[in-house]
Design a protein around this ligand. Structure first.
Ligand code: T5A
Length: 209
């Protein structure tokens, strides 16, 4: 596999969409061929599953069904988009991936990590991100930013405790996967956030990581 797999993670309103465009431009200028995509979603089937998962009318989705829907969308995404792109030598830039499952369904909903890992191994085989940029900020600030931007979706209606657990799960993932995780302080100005991201990408593209 020649391409690199970069994921961007973080809680609600952390600035993933905003900074994904910045990372995309950075990589293009560095001469990379880039496929930008997102989860849940990224394929026609995945986008249908996303609609279902984010629809705030669907209050009765069970935790296990939610977990399996995330992986159903991911299986389609891997087969149709991510693996073909990596095999063709493109860099794949993905707005959330399986770490979001560990953070939201694991940390947030309380599903056992071992169960998530079993499905991860089954659906993904050896595929893991090469670099994960975690945009970290206090949940109150993230929810405030997300709230100013759009109406809350099904996840954004959760209570603060849920998002505290999500944030902690991400920080734990960063601690256990230091080789691929880079934490960005996303509470600062956009200019400063993008300075931090540029530094990470510069090092990564130079192959120093
Ligand atoms: N999910 C997903 C799971 O539960 N399990 C999984 O396995 C997966 C893959 C997906 C939802 O699904 C869940 C997690 C999510 O709840 P999503 O749309 O991918 O939803 O994720 P959201 O967190 O909802 O994304 P948002 O679009 O809300 O947030 P972003 O993309 O992080 O934030 P962004 O860039 O839109 O910025 C929000 C606002 O803040 C401003 C922006 O201009 C924007 O208005 N902003 C800043 N303002 C000040 N200073 C800065 N530094 C700023 N950066 C951005």
């Amino acid at each position: 596999m020649v391409g690199k797999f970069i994921t961007v993670e973080g809680g609600e309103g952390a600035g993933k969409s905003t900074n994904l465009d910045f990372i995309h431009q950075y990589l293009l200028q560095a001469g990379k061929k880039v496929v930008m995509t997102r989860e849940p979603g990224g394929t026609p089937v995945g986008e249908k599953i996303r609609e279902l998962l984010l629809d705030k009318q669907q209050a009765s989705i069970s935790d296990n069904a939610e977990l399996l829907l995330m992986f159903a969308a991911r299986a389609q995404h891997l087969e149709q988009v991510i693996l073909p792109a990596l095999q063709a030598g493109s860099w794949v830039l993905c707005d959330r991936f399986t770490d979001a499952t560990y953070a939201y369904q694991g940390g947030g909903r309380g599903i056992d990590n071992a169960r998530i890992a079993t499905i991860e191994n089954w659906v993904q085989g050896e595929i893991r991100p090469d670099l994960t940029v975690l945009l970290d900020l206090p949940i109150e600030e993230g929810l405030k930013r997300a709230g100013e931007r759009s109406e809350p979706d099904r996840f954004e209606q959760e209570k603060h405790d849920f998002f505290h657990r999500v944030r902690q799960a991400y920080l734990d993932l960063a601690k256990t996967n230091p080789e691929r995780y880079r934490i960005v302080d996303a509470s600062t100005s956009l200019v400063d956030v993008q300075k931090q991201i540029s530094h990470i990408l510069e090092t990564f593209c130079a192959g120093k990581e």
